[in-house]
Design a protein around this ligand. Structure first.
Ligand code: PLP
Length: 443
């Protein structure tokens, strides 16, 4: 086989990767679940380890030739245990969704009651939403956030007493406040449930000491590795001391749920890159990074609110915030998202608590600071970015989503043409590009 580099072997894919790289260089990546990894993480995840089969666990493989793979996986496991302070870690889950599937598989029977935060209130699909395995295979009940944007644990307690869930999830994808691990643990302990903390979004903040750890309170902790943790796509599933006290077999059950329960061979290139990312997260400068992510989010929130934008819960404790656009109109999220995209600011439309519109046409936008903090931006830049966002929102605040499907499609097409020609957006995009050029990507 020819030893051709990608550039000559497959120019079509090569060029698209380069185009994606240029896009990323010139935009403010503010989707709060994204980040820019280090060169070292990229190198490990693009390595020759992708070739190897190693079904099973270190020392107990179904294939030969795994002496180095075993060492790599053991390093990833020991770093995860050390970083989070847990006695058991599984590093094989392909991503956050299969990791959460494995948790259900480990501690529940099909049809058992489970409980999680409602998707439209910021929760994750895998915590019991109807279109996910977790809502289809289990009897799911969902708790909500209150009108003030904070988790309603009185409701959660009442639901837990009524439905006696086997498994309770705490953790979410669009929640701007600290998670009430202690309160949710009291509820889980009262009804004898396993408490699983899904810290997919905030794992990097937890490791950097910028968000309290769930480890003293939860039995199980899951996380993706590619969000604030700044590693490759992947996930960790951990059992805590408290979890092993509740069920000494818990670690074993988790491992068996991942393999052979729902996966085959582990993705060893990911495992290696996870080990690298965990190594990086234990360096002192990662603490600085995690705290800067939160300081930046607070500065950005201030900048937005000072310009009259309303934030769910009036601010943030972590890396993200939700802008509630209902003071202008319902269903404005898509307009703001697409106009901001044109201005070089990438974020996503999102439901807000008790959204008067629909999940596809929600009334808010969600944005965060992990990736732009990786580039080195600080409070001063946040103030400026907040001003640009407010200016873009001003360009779309008078839009109204038509009621019928046909009207909507025509209206949105015209909207796309309008924003492509909008001079204000072009002007902001230029300034965004200038700012980005001063803060290079880590690769
Ligand atoms: C992102 C996320 C996941 C799922 O991660 P994928 O890797 O996209 O499958 C799970 N839980 C929460 C809370 C998340 O935010």
């Amino acid at each position: 086989m020819d030893k051709k580099p990608l550039k000559t072997a497959d120019p079509a894919i090569y060029d698209l990767i380069q185009a994606e790289l240029s896009r990323r260089r010139t935009v403010l990546e503010m989707i709060p679940s994204e980040n820019h990894t280090s060169l070292a993480v990229l190198e490990a995840s693009g390595s020759i380890l992708t070739d190897k089969y190693s079904e099973g666990y270190p020392g107990k493989r179904y294939y030969a030739g795994n002496e180095y793979i075993d060492k790599i996986e053991n390093l990833a496991i020991s770093r995860a245990k050390q970083a989070f302070g847990v006695p058991h870690a599984n590093v094989q889950a392909y991503s956050g969704t299969p990791a959460n599937f494995a948790v259900h598989f480990a501690v529940c029977q099909a049809g058992d009651p489970i409980m999680g935060q409602n998707l439209l209130d910021g929760g994750h699909l895998t915590h019991g939403w109807k279109t996910s395995f977790s809502g289809a295979f289990y009897k799911s009940v969902q708790y909500h956030v209150k009108a003030d944007g904070y988790i309603d644990f009185d409701e959660a307690r009442a639901l837990a007493r009524e439905h006696k869930p086997k498994l309770i999830w705490v953790g979410a994808s669009a929640y701007a406040r600290q998670f009430p691990f202690k309160e949710m643990a009291e509820i889980a302990d009262e009804v004898g449930a396993f408490l699983a903390a899904d810290i997919a979004h905030i794992a990097g903040l937890v490791l950097g000491g910028a968000h309290p750890s769930p480890v003293p309170y939860a039995h199980i902790v899951t996380t993706t590795t590619h969000k604030t943790l700044r590693g490759p796509r992947g996930a960790l599933i951990m059992a805590t001391e408290k979890g092993l006290q509740k069920d000494p077999e818990l670690g074993d059950k988790i491992d068996k749920a991942v393999f052979p329960g729902l996966q085959g061979g582990p993705h060893n290139h990911q495992t290696a890159a996870i080990a690298v990312a965990l190594g990086e997260a234990m360096w002192p400068d990662f603490k600085t990074y995690a705290h800067q992510v939160v300081s930046n989010a607070k500065a950005l929130a201030q900048s937005l609110m000072a310009r009259g934008l309303k934030l769910v819960s009036n601010g943030t404790d972590n890396h993200l915030m939700l802008v509630d656009l209902t003071p202008f109109a319902k269903g404005l999220g898509v307009f703001a998202q697409d106009a901001l995209d044109k201005a070089g600011i990438t974020l996503n439309k999102n439901t807000i608590p008790q959204d008067p519109s629909s999940p596809f046409y929600p009334s808010g936008i969600r944005l965060g600071t992990p990736a732009i903090t990786t580039r080195g931006m600080k409070e001063k830049e946040m103030e400026q970015i907040g001003a640009w966002i407010a200016e873009v929102v001003q360009e779309v605040q008078d839009r109204r989503l038509p009621e019928t499907k046909e009207e909507r499609s025509v209206y949105l097409k015209q909207f796309a043409r309008d924003i492509a020609e909008n001079e204000k957006l072009k002007e902001i995009k230029k300034k965004v590009e200038e700012l980005c050029s001063q803060f290079p990507l880590p690769y």
